[in-house]
Design a protein around this ligand. Structure first.
Ligand code: MUC
Ligand code: MG
Length: 372
């Protein structure tokens, strides 16, 4: 008789950021993580994490709603069930609850961590094994000030911590943003790939003008320039410019990916375990994208170490990772709640070893930052 799920706890944890992080829809000074701790009847523990950006600024789930969803709706469906029946449990949750993929991602991650610990295997091994142990990671320059961003980029290039940068634009007039981006690209030159994320802030005609300017400035990728549901605009822009588009908010799960690809989209996709509902679900998105010739990118909702590591195990198994990843979330936070932080070096990060995620919670730090 396999072990069953004995308890599930969802804990809100607030950690300040190292500097304000300015996005088109919110400026973050703190990140709130929902940490899931799941115990089975043998006393093994699986952990998972859900985050979002700026409360409700990124999408319809907030950290507080994720905790409520898990405590009130998911836990009663999971308690007493076999802990290793991950696919059965997913079907059970999906029958009872639509959407809520952030909450589902934290649960799927905890179940996978638990299974890895039971089998004494790292998570990537459960997914067929890692193709790469070192994964490229970019950094987002989003202090809100051009010179601060240039100084930050030069320091990180010199340290070889990152060689790809993403700039968050869309909250200012178009030409102000273009001047900001062009100045940063001119300062780093060919030493760095510079991309932008508009987080849906432009309408299609602003996006067309913006993409022409950004293409001329030497930018490599434009993320989600237009509103998430406007697939025709994304398709038309993708067909009009050589500068590739990275779809982010537009695509949560494999079905979204299929619809956008069928509509004629070409470019790249930001995979996120949070949008898809967990590492296994994000890999399904990757399969559809790859079949449609769409490039892959490992995305983040600015998770801390637990959520970032869950993502890294998944991204490590992908045949190709055309655009690298942005799993830098832990570096944006002033502190961490794990025993051994990730090792960022050589413009990327090392995949942790050890059973499951390979991550242990630091109980003192968790006690310090948890919300009461
Ligand atoms: C997003 O929209 O891509 C990822 C990196 C970052 O700075 O914000 C995010 C979310
Ligand atoms: Mg984005």
């Amino acid at each position: 008789m396999s072990a069953t799920i004995h308890s599930i706890e969802a804990i809100l944890v607030d950690i300040p950021t190292i500097r304000p992080h300015q996005l088109s829809m919110a400026t973050m000074a703190v990140q709130t993580m929902v940490i899931v701790r799941m115990l089975d009847t043998d006393g093994l523990e699986g952990i998972g994490e859900a985050t979002t950006i700026g409360g409700l600024a990124y999408g319809p789930e907030s950290p507080e709603s994720v905790k409520l969803t898990i405590d009130t709706y998911f836990a009663p469906l999971l308690l007493g069930q076999p802990a290793d029946a991950i696919n059965t449990l997913r079907v059970r949750l999906n029958r009872a609850a639509r959407g809520n993929n952030l909450a589902k991602s934290a649960i799927e991650t905890a179940l996978l961590d638990l299974l890895g610990k039971r089998l004494n295997q790292p998570l990537h091994q459960l997914l067929g094994g890692a193709i790469r142990q070192h994964i490229p990671v970019l950094w987002t320059l989003a202090s809100g000030d051009t010179q601060t961003d240039i100084d930050e980029a030069k320091r990180l290039l010199a340290e070889q911590r990152h060689c790809d940068f993403k700039l968050k634009i869309g909250s200012r007039p178009l030409m102000d943003d273009v001047r900001h981006v062009a100045a940063i690209k001119a300062a780093v030159g060919d030493r760095a790939s510079v991309r932008v994320d508009v987080n849906q802030a432009w309408d299609e005609s602003t996006a067309a003008r913006g993409m022409a300017e950004l293409q001329a400035a030497g930018i490599d990728l434009v993320e989600q320039p237009t509103p998430m549901k406007d697939y025709p605009a994304l398709v038309r822009l993708a067909q009009k410019f050589h500068l590739p588009i990275l779809a982010d908010e537009a695509v949560a799960d494999a079905s979204d990916m299929f619809t956008l690809a069928s509509a004629g989209f070409a470019g790249a996709i930001a995979l996120k375990i949070a949008k898809a509902g967990g590492p296994l679900q994000a890999l399904k998105v990757a399969n559809v994208a790859s079949a449609a010739g769409i490039g892959l990118y490992g995305g983040t909702l600015l998770e801390g170490t637990i959520g970032s590591v869950a993502s890294l195990h998944a991204w490590a198994t992908l045949d190709t990772l055309h655009w690298g990843t942005e799993m830098f979330g832990p570096l944006l936070l002033k502190d961490d709640i794990v025993e051994t932080p990730l090792h960022f070096h050589n413009n990327g990060v090392a995949l942790p070893e050890g059973p499951g995620l390979g991550v242990t919670i630091n109980e003192d730090k968790l006690a310090e930052y948890r919300r009461h």
